[in-house]
Design a protein around this ligand. Structure first.
Ligand code: ADP
Ligand code: MG
Length: 203
C-alpha cells in the first residue's frame, strides 16, 4: 500500500505518514495518510500482499508480536497516539475478527461472548452476564439459533461461528471493530447475513 491521502474531519482513526517495514526488508505499508470516520464502515481493498492485514495489525498493536517490525509515522485513535499506548488497554477498545472464525472451542457459547470480560478479570453479576450475552447474540442475529444451548460448547456452522466471534467482539463495546476478510471462508448466504449485519450495526 503506498502514498495515499484521504482527508476526513474529526477522524476516529488517523494514519499519518505511516510506513511499516518487516525485518525481511519488505515495506508492506508506505507513507499512508488517511482518516477513518466514526460510525461508518470503511473497506480497504487491494490484491493479496498489498498490506491490508499489516495495516490492521498495526492498529491494534498485534504487529509487535511478529518480531522486528519497524513502524514510522503515527496512528491516532481519537487524537491519542496508538503507538505509545499500553497495548492491552488499547486492545480493549478495539475488537478484531479474523478470516477464519475462531471461537474458543472449549468454552460454551455464553462464555465465548463473555471471553473479553473474563480475560480482563472483570467480574459481572449473573444478571449482567445474561444481559450482555443476550444483547450481543441478538445484535448478530444468532440469539434465536443458539438460545437453547448457550451453556454447551459451540457446534455451529462457519457463518454462525463468525457471527459468534462478532458477538464476542461487540460484547466489549469496542470503539472500532477491525475485520480482516471476515467472510472469505464463508458461503454466499452466510456472507450476505454478515454484510447485512454490519450495515445494521452501523445504524
Ligand atoms: P494482505 O493482507 O493485503 O494480503 P499482508 O499485510 O499480509 O497483505 O502482507 C503485505 C506484505 O508484507 C507482503 O509482501 C507479505 O509477504 C509481507 N508480510 C506479511 N507478514 C509478514 C511477516 N510476518 N514477516 C515478513 N513479511 C510479511
Ligand atoms: Mg491479509
Amino acid at each position: 500500500m503506498t502514498e495515499s491521502v484521504i482527508k476526513v474531519n474529526n477522524p476516529l482513526l488517523l494514519f499519518e505518514n505511516l510506513t511499516i517495514k518487516y525485518d525481511t526488508g519488505i515495506v508492506a505499508v508506505k507513507d499512508i495518510n488517511a482518516g477513518i470516520k466514526e460510525n461508518s464502515i470503511t473497506a480497504i481493498m487491494g490484491p493479496s500482499g498489498c498490506g491490508k492485514s499489516t495495516l490492521l495489525r498495526a492498529v491494534n498493536r498485534l504487529l509487535e508480536l511478529y518480531g522486528n517490525v519497524k513502524i514510522t509515522g503515527k496512528i491516532y485513535l481519537k487524537n491519542n497516539d496508538i503507538l505509545s499506548m499500553n497495548p492491552m488497554k488499547l486492545r480493549r477498545r478495539i475488537g478484531m475478527v479474523f478470516q477464519q472464525p475462531n471461537p474458543f472451542p472449549t468454552l460454551s457459547i455464553s462464555d465465548n461472548v463473555l471471553a473479553g470480560y473474563k480475560l480482563n478479570g472483570i467480574r459481572l453479576k449473573k444478571r449482567d452476564r445474561e444481559d450482555i450475552v443476550e444483547k450481543s447474540l441478538k445484535n448478530v442475529s444468532l440469539w434465536n439459533e443458539v438460545k437453547d444451548h448457550l451453556h454447551t460448547k459451540p457446534t455451529l456452522s462457519g457463518g454462525q461461528q463468525q457471527r459468534l466471534c462478532i458477538a464476542r467482539a461487540l460484547a466489549n463495546n469496542p470503539e472500532i471493530i477491525l475485520m480482516d476478510e471476515p467472510t472469505s471462508a464463508l458461503d454466499p448466504i452466510a456472507t450476505s447475513k454478515i454484510e447485512d449485519l454490519l450495515v445494521q450495526l452501523k445504524e
